[in-house]
Design a binder for this molecule. Structure first.
Ligand SMILES: Nc1ncnc2c1ncn2[C@@H]1O[C@H](COP(=O)(O)OP(=O)(O)O)[C@@H](O)[C@H]1O
Ligand SMILES: [Mg+2]
Length: 597
């Protein structure tokens, strides 16, 4: 399932781009016409040159010279107009198609199952969305057009050459493989080096990115100079790859120039002696050189563009892979509306391993009933599978065995329910709430987009967040920074709680923060939670005594199973693990809060 990096691609994958060009058929048609038109004019220019020399210079006629100049000038004007149309349309198409692909890929991505993002690095996916689409844009917008143009110039030029002078054309045709040889040999090396060079630049980027993200860790361990050295090594290795690429490329250019001018000179010599002996007119030789240069230039740009097209094929393939990626979480046809079911939940004989760790069962023959409108506390040591239960209830993953059911008498497995409606009934406050780098208002309103400002503020009040929000520099308009870095852990959780309150769900899943809270914010969060739990089915992963005492029932989890369930008093008597957790975790937790008061 992981995205593979493949080097060279058959150019045929580029045909997949056609579907993205289809909506713009008219523009493509006009572009092609403009392209043919300008190529035709370029070829006609050679005739202008011939006229100029033969009629103007050789016949010593001013009038003829003027005619030839007017002819060439007219062609230039037409050429300019045609070039504008061609350039504008193809650049427009490049931008439009890459924008469309970007949209299509993003639209696909946001609907994919979360485990997809575990098996693929986010940096890799983002780079497809940005770098690969940008590459396509430049390919469609320029390289592709250059390729077409060169193709036409090449064959058109060859035909005109043959028409002008057969003997000299043979010299050219014999010369082409000579020119192509270094292009093929060095071109391949340049291509593979430029691929490497890009990868190493990407490495430099991601290295720097990681350091910036972890800057506090770096400075706290005083690893600045170590990181500087390590980064220096990355940069230098990128440079040395770039240097050898530039060198190969330099050789390539020098070789091509030598061969092209060498064969042109040879041709001039043969052609020149033909002109002297009267076998050929000066104009023919002029036109001939014009076409020969045209053909040589076409060969040169074709060989350059070929590498580009190959890269584009790679980019296209990678994007199409994303575009055709199917979500593992599929809805059945005629899915049931969960609104008609009671908001109680049940996990029945559930066994589940995360796709990235298939050999390790996070939940093992797990059974739990969550009654509608009640508060159930989940307790257990770290790694017991508590958060995993939340993930399955939201159907981010489907269990390998067993079922997650919703409703009482009338119950259905959640994979038969309408997925969006199911998730609309659930709100989650996770241990590390994720916030967007926008302002407070935006982050709370994410819970319900059509909420008015007053409703957002009411939710913030209910979440005991209003007070601290008001003390932020710009109140509700304060930017929170990436992942809410400008807030404390407790404040972040209260924003997340406000967001959940605003969503007004039937089912609430709360993953209590363990350590991020000081006593003051713990008190506020606690108050906020009591507010939000009213009349809802609530599952709360509890790390605090005050929370478990509020719960209607407590389930003790260990190694992916429920090892005990009941009230606090029952469990203290019956469950060894609960007793141990209670003395270690909950009591010391309360002690800690008292100390810090
Ligand atoms: N995304 C994941 N991919 C693979 N393994 C995971 C993932 N999330 C959690 N796990 C593993 O599943 C087990 C249960 O994790 P979790 O439900 O987060 O425990 P808890 O919330 O009780 O601390 C742990 O062994 C953990 O390492
Ligand atoms: Mg957890």
């Amino acid at each position: 399932m992981a995205i593979e990096k493949k080097e060279k691609k058959a150019l045929s994958v580029l045909f997949q781009l056609l579907q993205f060009l289809m909506p713009y058929k008219k523009r493509v048609g006009i572009f092609l016409m403009a392209l043919l038109f300008t190529s035709g004019i370029t070829l006609a220019m050679g005739q202008g040159v011939r006229m100029l020399i033969d009629k103007g210079f050789v016949d010593q006629s001013m009038a003829q010279l003027n005619t030839a100049i007017v002819f060439i000038l007219m062609l230039s004007v037409l050429m300019a107009a045609g070039t504008f149309v061609r350039f504008y349309l193809i650049s427009w198409l490049g931008e439009r198609v890459s924008a469309d692909i970007r949209l299509a890929v993003f639209n696909r991505l946001v609907g994919l199952h979360p485990s997809f993002f575990e098996s693929n690095r986010s940096g890799e996916i983002i780079s497809r969305l940005t770098t690969d689409t940008t590459l396509l844009q430049s390919i469609i917008g320029s390289s592709f057009s250059i390729a077409l143009r060169s193709f036409i110039s090449f064959f058109g030029g060859l035909i005109m050459l043959a028409v002008t002078n057969g003997k000299l054309t043979l010299i050219i045709v014999a010369g082409v493989p000579l020119v192509l040889m270094p292009v093929l040999i060095f071109g391949r090396r340049v291509r593979s080096l430029s691929r490497k060079s890009q990868d190493s630049i990407a490495d430099v980027g991601s290295y720097a990115g990681e350091i910036v993200q972890n800057i506090k860790t770096v400075q706290s361990f005083t690893r600045e100079s170590w990181e500087r050295r390590a980064f220096g090594i990355e940069v230098e290795s990128a440079f040395s790859i770039a240097r050898s690429r530039v060198k190969q490329r330099g050789f390539l250019m020098a070789g091509v120039i030598l061969l092209v001018f060498g064969s042109l000179t040879g041709m001039l010599w043969v052609g020149g002696s033909d002109v002297l002996s009267g076998k050929m007119s000066g104009g023919d030789l002029g036109a001939f050189i014009f076409y020969a240069v045209l053909v040589a230039a076409a060969v040169g740009s074709l060989s350059e563009v070929f590498g580009e097209l190959q890269r584009a094929a790679g980019a296209t393939e990678r994007l199409m892979e994303l575009l055709h990626q199917k979500s593992d979480i599929q809805e059945i046809e005629n899915a049931i509306d969960p609104n008609q079911l009671n908001a109680s939940l049940r996990l029945k004989n559930v066994s589940f391993a995360y796709p990235s760790r298939p050999e390790h069962r996070a939940l093992n023959d797990f059974n739990l009933t969550i009654s509608a409108g009640k508060v159930l506390a989940l307790v257990g040591p770290s790694g017991a599978g508590k958060t995993t239960v939340f993930e399955l209830l939201q159907r981010f993953y489907d269990p390998q065995q067993g079922q997650v059911l919703m409703g009482d008498e009338l119950s259905h497995p959640i994979d038969e329910l309408d997925l969006l409606k199911l998730r609309q009934q659930i709100a989650v406050v996770s241990q590390q709430p994720s916030l967007f780098s926008a302002d407070v208002m935006y982050n709370i309103r994410y819970g319900r987009l059509d909420a008015t400002d007053d409703e957002v503020i009411a939710a913030a009040k209910a979440a005991h967040a209003h007070q601290f929000i008001q003390q932020l520099p710009q109140g509700y308009a304060s930017e929170l920074g990436e992942q809410g870095v400008r807030l404390s852990g407790g404040q972040r959780q209260r924003i997340a709680i406000a967001r959940a309150i605003l969503k007004n769900p039937k089912i609430l899943l709360l993953d209590e923060a363990t350590s991020a809270l000081d006593a003051e914010s713990e008190f506020h969060v606690q108050q906020a939670l009591e507010e939000v739990m009213k009349d809802r089915t609530t599952v709360i992963i509890a790390h605090r005594l005050s929370t478990i005492l509020h719960a209607d029932s407590i389930a003790v989890m260990d190694h992916g199973s429920v090892v005990g369930q009941g009230s606090h008093d029952e469990l203290i008597k019956r469950s060894d693990l609960y007793q141990r957790l209670y003395t270690l975790q909950f009591e010391s937790n309360t002690a800690k809060s008292v100390e810090s008061d």
